[in-house]
Unconditional design. Structure first.
Length: 256
């Protein structure tokens, strides 16, 4: 007589549920950054099913266990996607050990939930910076395999000629990295400096600055003007705006 298949046990169903470390889950829910979540957990502010947990890497079944911070249940935050025109001199970090101003200082009065930066701009760079608590969207944009193009307007000291632009596209070796631009164009030139439009589809640390320095040019200004088809436009320096649904989809590399 054939056996009747046994239904899945609660234990088996639980094993199949998404399982991540506690700090990572808080970050994925859009509550805070992962580093901040680790601090909260270690400080005893986070409970799991009513019990305080101090291990930020404690495995959690996301859809089966209740997380609370300071006694308040945590629910997935509404996704917020923001474009910010970063001024020169701000650090892209939640906090700075040297006490320098950060992008969060500029956004402090905006009334926004916690948002993480989608990629980076160094202190001396300016222009389009995306911020969001949608961690899946952000991870897809910054994933190197997406090759999402970023466009920069770069002012350099001197007069780069056609050979320099060709060398930027061909690439140079620097510190174990191969640095190159996908596209380069001369926008305008004066007596002492010039403006270039540089498009990257990858991003090494201080990529453009190192590439130009290796070719003998100092960067005077570096402004990110677009990420994919999403342009900085006329957004004033130091100001932010929410992205439209079409803009969010336009740079979401998960659909490609």
């Amino acid at each position: 007589m054939p056996r009747t298949p046994r239904s899945a046990t609660p234990h088996a169903a639980a094993v199949s549920s998404p399982r991540h470390g506690l700090a990572r889950v808080l970050s994925k829910l859009g509550t805070c950054s992962r580093s901040q979540a680790e601090q909260w957990v270690r400080a005893g502010r986070v409970s799991l099913d009513g019990c305080v947990v101090r291990d930020p890497y404690r495995p959690v079944l996301m859809d089966r266990q209740q997380i609370a911070v300071d006694g308040q249940p945590v629910k997935a935050a509404e996704h917020v996607h923001v474009a910010f025109n970063k001024p020169r001199g701000l650090i892209v970090s939640a906090a700075d050990e040297q006490g320098r101003e950060t992008v969060y200082t500029a956004l402090a009065a905006a009334g926004l939930p916690w948002l993480g930066p989608v990629g980076r701009l160094d202190k001396a760079s300016e222009g389009l910076l995306l911020l969001s608590n949608d961690t899946g969207w952000a991870a897809a944009i910054t994933d190197p395999v997406s090759h999402l193009e970023k466009t920069y307007h770069v002012q350099v000291a001197g007069q780069p000629d056609a050979a320099v632009l060709a060398a930027m596209k061909a690439g140079i070796a620097d510190g174990g990295d191969v640095l190159k631009a996908r596209r380069v164009a001369l926008l305008r030139a004066g007596e002492k400096n010039a403006w270039l439009e540089v498009v990257l589809d990858e991003g090494r640390n201080r990529h453009i600055r190192r590439l130009l320095a290796a070719l003998g040019f100092d960067v005077l200004r570096l402004i990110r003007v677009a990420i994919g088809s999403l342009a900085l436009g006329d957004l004033p320096k130091g100001q932010w705006r929410r992205l439209s649904a079409d803009e969010i989809r336009a740079v979401d590399t998960r659909k490609q």
